[in-house]
Design a protein around this ligand. Structure first.
Ligand code: SAT
Ligand code: MN
Length: 584
């Protein structure tokens, strides 16, 4: 035990020798420590106090204007063998990567405080949880990590006991986009990130550890580290079904995880419980089912569009003790973004608001808040063994073709649905917005190894004794000929979730089609919803010719992972193609 503490101390000493900070602070994760950091950041201007009458404990951080999103082109997965990174990652030789980034770390903390943050991803007593230590020179990162993880003394005790932990080294550097890298070393369980303070680049417990590094650990140890929300649906009989759903960044995972049932469902006694909004770790339990934990302790959510109409639970969660990043301000210093009532006076860069400069809040502006503040936070979110998953859902932004919902006929078909996922790009990553790209399992930016091996790993869960969840694909974003969304979305998505649970319970049969099982007539509960029958037809339409083109595109996409593409997946793509031909 002493040796693991020594190993940690040794690494901290080495980092200090390289980065040469003025002081070193070991974080204990206490509220007092958080308050002290906040006071310091208010003094330096890193944080701006918001209206404490309306928003007690809330602060605003304005990032450098060039540092507002993840930077996929500067993000590398450095396996010793290039082949292991796959075409889905940028790769650099580990020695070269260390040399390049260490040159930037050399002396970079001079005059600054170096913070050592022990953290635990997942409930502190959970066998599914994993620990890490992040070293950073950014107090903003420390404050966010305090909200997003179980950070401090308890995590350090677990690390001392377990011995192994993920080493994350971060420096905000000069925030110069030309001097910015996010490097991952899965074989060494380590991460090095330089030059960005943005969430996914700098809060190393999140995407870097809980997805890119953890996906490698999960593959070795037989579990899954996924970009999924976890939501519990409680029916009027008091039975709760847990659903894990993968959508790309900024496609509504937070909204779905905090959904408010439509009025008629509320009357009947339906309830929705939030377990997680972004990341899901799941592994087979003794009974063969998949059990999931949310490795995070908070939400790092997209602010714009969050309103009383779209997500009242999120709005309530962030009414106090929240860090806002890159939102706008009203005249009385309240946080503001597009979608909220009121008027912006100051934009996200601190300029007087002028519509000519674009949106007042940055489209990827965020809130960081403890999950405990969410009115629908589930008691089961702290359960060490995790929650049993009844359904896995994939989805993306697809303006056409993809139906509102379809069910995979079996696990292999489900893996194909996940692998084939596509979505229009969003503001969560730097680059063009609204372009269709394939994003298998919503893990394109986060899968820390070759996608071909990843698909094979998913398929390998299908083994004797496994009681795997049903797999579905949804599309809330299909548009009609008028260019308007056909489905209202938000709370009404519960109607689709209910159909899934009915399928899990074998209460409804669905209708078989070449692309999967769709709701049969009358199976979707639509009371209280203004939906024209023609709209429903369009939402559930299967355009055979369109699908033949889609399957061919999926085939081409899958081939890019040869020679590591599992045969079984290709055969499944061929099976669906034949089914379409036969139905034509
Ligand atoms: O990568 S973040 O965690 O900052 C947000 C996202 O893109 O999902
Ligand atoms: Mn995400």
């Amino acid at each position: 035990m002493a040796s693991s503490l020594e190993a940690l101390q040794h690494w901290v000493n080495n980092v200090a020798a390289l980065t040469r900070p003025a002081r070193i602070h070991w974080c204990d994760g206490s509220d007092a420590e958080y308050q002290t950091l906040v006071q310091q950041m208010l003094q330096t201007g890193t944080l701006i106090e918001l209206n404490q009458q309306t928003h007690p404990g809330c602060y605003l951080h304005r990032s450098h204007p060039s540092d507002v999103a993840r930077v996929e082109h500067l993000t590398f997965v450095c396996h010793p063998d290039e082949q292991d990174a796959g075409p889905n990652n940028h790769w650099m030789d580990p020695a070269e990567a260390h040399a390049k980034i260490d040159a930037l770390f050399d002396g970079c903390m001079e005059g600054r405080t170096m913070y050592v943050i022990p953290y635990c991803m997942g409930p502190i007593d959970s066998p599914l949880a994993r620990c890490g230590v992040e070293i950073t020179d950014s107090p903003y990162v420390v404050a966010n990590m305090k909200i997003m993880t179980r950070m401090g003394a308890a995590a350090q005790a677990r690390i001392e006991h377990e011995g192994s932990f993920v080493k994350g080294l971060h420096s905000a550097g000069e925030l110069d986009p030309e001097r910015r890298w996010i490097m991952h070393f899965p074989a060494e369980l380590s991460i090095k990130s330089y030059g960005s303070g943005y969430g996914g680049n700098a809060l190393l417990g999140k995407k870097c550890h809980a997805l890119r590094i953890a996906s490698n650990q999960a593959r070795q140890e037989g579990w899954l580290a996924e970009h999924m929300l976890i939501v519990g649906i409680e029916n009027p009989r008091g039975e709760t079904y847990y659903v894990a759903a993968a959508f790309p960044s900024a496609c509504g995972k937070t909204n779905l995880s905090m959904l408010i049932p439509p009025a008629s469902y509320l009357q009947d006694g339906w309830k929705v419980w939030t377990v997680g909004d972004d990341i899901c770790w799941m592994r087979p339990g003794a009974d063969g089912r998949l059990y999931a934990i949310n490795p995070e302790a908070g939400f790092f959510g997209v602010a714009p569009g969050t309103s009383d109409a779209t997500n009242p639970n999120a709005l309530r969660s962030i009414s106090h003790d929240t860090i806002f990043t890159n939102v706008a301000l009203t005249a009385d210093n309240q946080p503001w973004w597009e979608g909220l009532p009121g008027t912006p006076v100051t934009d996200w860069q601190g300029r007087p608001y002028d519509a000519a400069n674009g949106p007042a809040a940055h489209p990827n502006s965020r809130f960081t808040v403890s999950a405990k503040q969410c009115p629908t936070w589930s008691d089961m979110a702290e359960e060490a063994q995790g929650v049993p998953i009844s359904a896995i859902v994939f989805g993306g932004r697809r303006p056409s073709l993809l139906p509102l919902v379809m069910e995979a006929r079996d696990w292999t078909h489900g893996v194909l649905m996940g692998a084939a996922m596509g979505s229009e790009t969003t503001a969560a990553a730097t680059g063009a917005v609204g372009v269709l790209r394939r994003d298998s399992m919503a893990m394109k930016p986060f899968c820390g190894y070759h996608y071909g091996d990843y698909f094979a790993h998913w398929l390998s869960l299908d083994r004797p004794g496994a009681k795997l969840p049903k797999v579905f694909h949804v599309n809330w974003f299909r548009k009609g000929k008028d260019g308007k969304f056909l489905w209202p979305g938000f709370g009404d998505n519960l109607r689709v979730l209910e159909w899934m649970i009915d399928r899990v319970q074998e209460r409804v049969d669905g209708a078989e089609t070449p692309i999967g099982i769709l709701p049969a007539d009358g199976e979707l509960r639509l009371d209280g919803l203004e939906l024209h029958p023609a709209q429903l037809d369009e939402l559930l339409d299967v355009d055979n010719a369109g699908w033949q083109t889609e399957l061919a595109a999926i085939g081409d996409y899958l081939q890019t992972f040869t020679p590591r593409l599992p045969e079984r997946l290709l055969r499944e793509q061929q099976r669906v193609t034949r089914a379409l031909d036969e139905a034509d």
